[in-house]
Design a protein around this ligand. Structure first.
Ligand SMILES: O=C(O)CCC(=O)C(=O)O
Ligand SMILES: [Fe+2]
Length: 347
């Protein structure tokens, strides 16, 4: 286990004594569209910080998300000598970042989290910041910490002998995840116990065009009115509460005029999840364990266009690993000759 001895900080000081200039981040392999989006977001707002650059990153527990304020507090709690503390406060103070896209420099963006890319300050701050994390959990048999993730392993010898046990396990898991959230809060660390997401348009990559073609071929539904691909990432503790994918007309009539309701959901798991993260359908009693490359497809509406409430579903918390899904919501308009209507509301 890491100890914050003077020696470690002296090493840190040596490494960083020459590094007071603002780091420059180059975006490579970025399409013009993405870069100009990024560019306009940056120039239209002074709210954005380094988070914007890392918006698709899953390194939620890494030092990218290390808030400087929280880190300083932690060092203080660890009785870090004042001389080093002040040096580090100074090091983070007024740090800015400039994006370089093909020689075009953005204006400077204030950085209040993360450590410069490639610096050895990163791993060290990570260790200092998280070294006491495993101790907060009561229940798990093991907690593993990685630079980019955390794994909470619950007792491997749980056999479901009686129904009550399910409730007990759930209570234990929830208790520990709550502690994790509180820990994150007091360390000024964001914990993404919901999900992080982004949307990908067909224009972004030929792969997405092929995906749309594949979905259309397999479902016999048109993708003309479908939504962009919704990519979602869940870290440890990440979940999605029970919900329905379709909308009700009274919620947003304009939405319905455009393409109709979400007739069907196509969801591809882009990763395996070591433990947890299943998609559950509580009303129909089914659950799907994520498996990289596999897909779930279901109709949200009956053939009459009526909402099918049996499609209520949720994503269980991830306990070990990381979960990635890509979802395509397919709409009603254009399916008239592809999925025949029925007058029977139950069909
Ligand atoms: O991640 C999952 O398993 C479910 C995701 C989902 O239901 C949604 O994004 O609407
Ligand atoms: Fe959903």
């Amino acid at each position: 286990m890491y100890k914050t001895s003077d020696e470690n900080f002296i090493t840190l000081l040596e490494h960083f004594s020459n590094r007071f200039t603002a780091p420059k981040l180059c975006i490579n392999n970025t399409t013009d569209v993405l870069a100009s989006n990024l560019w306009s977001k940056l120039s239209n707002s002074n709210q954005h910080d380094i988070e914007l650059v890392c918006e698709n990153s899953d390194l939620k527990f890494s030092t990218h998300d290390l808030k400087h304020q929280g880190f300083i507090l932690k060092l203080y709690q660890l009785n870090c000598p004042y001389a080093y503390l002040f040096w580090i406060i100074n090091y983070f103070k007024d740090r800015t970042i400039t994006l370089d896209y093909q020689g075009h420099l953005s204006k400077q963006v204030k950085v209040n989290r993360g450590t410069p890319q490639g610096s050895c300050f990163g791993p060290k701050t990570y260790i200092v910041n998280h070294f006491d994390l495993p101790s907060i959990f009561d229940c798990p048999s093991e907690v593993h910490l990685y630079v980019d993730d955390l794994a909470i392993l619950f007792s491997p010898s749980i056999y479901l002998k009686y129904a009550q046990q399910v409730y007990e396990i759930e209570t234990r898991i929830n208790k520990d995840l709550l502690k994790l959230a509180n820990y994150a809060e007091s360390n000024h660390q964001p914990i993404y116990n919901k999900k992080t997401d982004t949307w990908l348009r067909d224009e972004d990559s030929p792969v997405l065009v092929r995906l749309s073609q594949l979905i259309s071929a397999l479902t016999n539904l048109t993708m003309e009115t479908a939504e962009e691909v919704h990519v979602v990432n869940y870290g440890v503790g990440g979940y999605y509460s029970p919900h329905l994918d379709f909308y009700h007309k009274w919620e947003n009539p304009a939405y319905f005029r455009k393409a109709g309701n979400r007739i069907a959901t196509w969801m591809t798991y882009m990763s395996d999840v070591e433990w947890g993260g299943a998609t559950v359908f509580p009303l129909s009693g089914g659950h799907i364990v994520p498996k990289k490359g596999s897909t779930v497809f279901w109709y949200n509406l009956n053939a009459s266009g009526e909402a099918d409430y049996r499609t209520l579903h949720a994503a269980c918390p991830v306990l070990i690993g990381n979960k990635w899904v890509a979802t395509k919501w397919i709409h009603e308009h254009g399916q008239e000759f592809r999925r025949r209507c029925s007058l029977d509301p139950m069909v």
